[in-house]
Each structure stands twice: as C-alpha cells, then as structure tokens.
Design a protein around this ligand. Sequence first.
Ligand SMILES: Cc1cc2nc3c(=O)[nH]c(=O)nc-3n(C[C@H](O)[C@H](O)[C@H](O)COP(=O)(O)OP(=O)(O)OC[C@H]3O[C@@H](n4cnc5c(N)ncnc54)[C@H](O)[C@@H]3O)c2cc1C
Length: 555
Amino acid sequence: MTTKSSQHDTPPADTPVVIVGAGPVGMFLALDLASKGIRSTVIEQSTSHRAYPKGDTHNARTMEHYRRLGLADAVRAAGLPPDHPTDVVYLTSLNGYELKRLRMPSGAEKMAEAAAHSVTSQVPEPLHRSNQMYVEKVVLERLLATEAVTCRLGTEFTGFEETGSGVAVRVRPAGGGPEEVITGQYLVGCDGARSHVRRQLGLSYEGEEAETGFSSGLRHSRYLRIPNVVKDVIREPAWQYWLVRPGRVASLITLDAREEFKLSVYAGNADDDDAVRAFVDDCVGEHVDTEILDSQDWVNGLALVADRYQRGRVLICGDAAHLFTPIGGFGMNTGIDDAANLAWKLAAAIQGWAGPYLVDSYDTERRPAGVRNTSAAISLGRPLRGIPLGPALEEDTPEGRKARGDAAHVLETQRESFASLGVQLGVRYEGSPIIWPDGAPEPEDSYDRYVPTARPGGRAPHLWLSRTQSLFDVLGPGFTLLRMGGHPPSAAALADAARRRAIPLTVVDITLPEARDLYECNLALIRPDQHVAWRGDELPDPDELLTQVTGGLAP
Ligand SMILES: Cc1cc2nc3c(=O)[nH]c(=O)nc-3n(C[C@H](O)[C@H](O)[C@H](O)COP(=O)(O)OP(=O)(O)OC[C@H]3O[C@@H](n4cnc5c(N)ncnc54)[C@H](O)[C@@H]3O)c2cc1C
C-alpha cells in the first residue's frame, strides 16, 4: 500500500519515458507512445535531422507500423520519384559489362500491385526504398509537431541512476555545459551502435563478426554529387549499382535519381578525397566530376546482439541492441519492430493495466528476433562468397562470356536478399509467456516466403476489408478481439473483464468468409503491436486470458 509519506518521498517523474536518441528507432518509439497517450522526452545530441545517407530499405513491416501512425504516405513521398526503377544491377563498371540485373518494380508499380489486391493479400504496405536521411526528416517534423513529445535537440545524455520508482537521467548541452537531471519512470536507449545506455548497463554484444567474403570488415560510405553520370553514362537507370570486378567491389546507390549517390567501398579504397575521385572514375569507367559531401565509416559483416535488452527500468532498442550486416536492409527495420513491441508494454505499465512481467517480455520476445534477423542477413550474404571474379570477366572473348555467365548465375541468388518477405513479416514470439499457445504445429521459418498463420505469436494475418481499408486500419490502440464467421460467440464476458481491469479492448466483427478461413477460428485476440495473442472458437476464462496476455504470469 502507498503511504502518505512514501508519496511525499517519491515526487512524480518529469516525464513517463526518457528516450535517448532521435534516430529512426527513438523517434518511432516516441510517436508510438504518443499514439497511446503516453508522454515522452527525447534526448538527441544533434541539432537537426541526419544529413548523410545510411540505409535505404523501409520494409513491409516498418511501413505497416508507419501506416498505423498515419505516416506511411508521407514516408512514401520522401526519396526516389515514384516511377524510378528500383532494379539492382551488377556491372564491371557503369559503362562496362552488365553482369546481372535484378528487376524490381518502381514504387508506383508496387503501389498499383498492392491496390489490385485480393482479400487475403498479405502486403498492404509494400517495401519502400528511400534513404533514411529523407525519411528521418519527415519523421522528425512529425515528432516536433507532436504535443506529447518533448524533443531536446542539441542535448547529450551523460548517464543515469535508477531510483526505486524510476530513473534519474543526466543530460547537458551537446558540446559541454552544466548538467541537468530529468526524471522518468522508464529510460530507453535508442542511442545507436556505441550506445552509452547499453554500456552503462554493463551489457555487451554477442555473436558473429562474420566474414561474408564479399565485402566484410571496415567500409567507407561516401556521400557524393556526380552531376552528369545519369545523363551521360548510365544506360538504363537502376536504384543500386554494384561495381564488380577482380580487385574491386563497391556499391553505388542513387539517392535522388539525379546526381546524389552513396558509394560504399571497403577500406583501402577511396580512403582520402583524391582516392575517392579516382575510385569513382574507375567505377564509372571514365572521368566524371565528383563532389564529396560527407564521409562515414562502418563495419560490415556483423551479426551482434546484446546479451540482454533490459535491466529494471532501463531498456535498449535498435542498434543499441543489435548490429547487422546491411545485406537485406534489416537493421533499422528490426529496431522499429523492437520499438513497436516495447511501446504498448510501457504504455500498459504507465497506465496501470500491465501485469508485473509485461515489460520484461520485451527482452524475451525481441532478443530472439534480433538473433533471427541478424542470422538471416549473414546467411543471405553467403552466396556472394562464390562469385567467380576471374581476370577474364572484362574480356570480349569466349572465356570472358563464360566468366560473366558464371558470375550472373551466382548473382541471381541475391534476389532473395532484396525481397525477403519471410524475414520482414515472419517474426513469431514462440514460447513467449504472454502468448496463449494453441498447440498448432510451428510453421517453417523461411527468409524469403511469408506464410500467413494465425497461430498465436505471429503477426496477425492481413485482410483487405474493402478496396482501401486494411484490417490493420480497424484494430484499436489496445487489444482487439476479432469476431469472425457466421455466428461468432459473444464478446461480452471479455469486454466486461477488460473494462474492470482498465485494459483497452476494441471488438471488431468481420463478416468476410475469408477471415474465418484465414484465422481458422471464430475469435482472435490481437495485441496492440498486431501480433496474435490468442485464438479459439470459444472464449476461455476471460480473466485468465487477460492475466496471461498482459504479463500477469511469471515466466
Ligand atoms: C551502409 C548502411 C546501410 C544500411 N542499410 C539499411 C537498410 O537498408 N535498412 C535498414 O533497416 N537498416 C540499414 N542500415 C542500418 C541502419 O542504418 C541502422 O540500423 C539505424 O540507423 C539504427 O537506428 P537507431 O535509431 O537504432 O540508431 P541511430 O540511427 O544510430 O540513431 C542513434 C541516435 O542517437 C543519438 N545519440 C547517440 N548517443 C547519444 C547521446 N549520448 N546523447 C544524445 N543522443 C545520442 C545519435 O546522435 C543518433 O541520432 C544500414 C546501415 C549502414 C551503415
């Protein structure tokens, strides 16, 4: 029981949640919390959005999350023009031999395909290619306009102390100045690969610093302006150009479809500005004017996951919790899925309807997802070890033609890494203490194929309710009970129990016959992060069910 004096000893926190880092993951977490009515304070050392390129792939699951927050259209409007092809092409140089072209639809074609859907089509929000720096600008604008978020740009996090009922977070102006303390009920480190929060928690990364064989180790990312190359050199536009030949492997990604590019190259090449220009000429196959706008270094070939994602009231999300090799483009996307898993659990704890183990289930559910997805990235990169890059590759001879054919054969296997729907949509929370299992056999976990299943733990299989209305558009901000089939059982007992416990529950009736077939049951309880918590033809004891799915049972 709370006594008068303990109330007096524990002043209310300044903010329910302190988030360190306004990268894509920290910003998403703050917006998802705000969508559930939870205030947060975001601490970010930079004074504006990222102005240099990083990843380009916002996958189908991330786009579903952005749709839930009403951001998907704004994100799609950022980056490449909708009609620009998103092909991946492997060449000996831009004006040299084309070894393989993986044809991919443009953004507009993907949206047209999604619009011509069947009722049970599983991709309401196709993967979107646009550099993070453009998308982060859009998301930051939304963040700054969100009343429930206090955004402290130009502020550096310097450390924290856990108090009995919360966390005292130390910050100061970035670049130095007096320290200030902000108190929160929870602290979430979304502060990237060098996470100060993770290090202060004493957590470390575990896993592989793997060899992909193609381009592992230290890499340089160069942000370039090459004004005339699209007009004068490129024969057929693509999104990603891999420049592949003996002794040199690099990728050049178009950022704006016109003159801005991101060059990724392994260390030892393009180490200084003169070397960058010479390297670009070599990749293009002729001299071009190149302006270097920014440079970043990063390490390729990693599959590292923190040994824990949480200690007490302090948690980590995104790159602070895992580091990927960029093959497949899973790093940020996995981080956004972390944040979606965590947001509703923190909201439940703060609003008072969480069981004592709900927040802890974040680590139980998301750490295995980190291990799964980092492994997928490494394994999708493995075939690249076998690319035969013999000296004949650029020769106009029978040997040259054979070498190019052999390389093309291996490169075809890369298609999966650009269309890995199983990785994107297939995360399942097997064995989670907050999932009510139904004993159905565990489906195969495939990286490239997503097989929808309403078996508890997986993403809720998708349905189109009309030409434009997705099932995900009608789910409530809390739990949702789907009633399906001709004569579904009453939801009244569950609704009463939820009301008594102040658990937000929306009941949705779906009369489409496809729904009953897809879910293989009359009722399904969907969590706020769109994963299935329970399904069945009859409700079990409502209190037992709600106790389990809100973390009331010890694991
Ligand atoms: C070449 C390359 C290509 C990639 N391609 C893809 C892709 O296609 N798809 C994909 O999903 N992922 C991709 N990634 C990975 C992706 O870029 C990262 O996973 C993503 O940026 C992680 O987001 P985050 O918010 O966790 O961390 P970050 O983006 O690193 O953001 C962390 C934020 O915390 C702030 N911060 C750090 N310390 C402090 C402090 N002490 N005080 C205050 N603020 C602090 C930083 O300033 C930063 O803004 C790629 C990465 C690389 C290098």
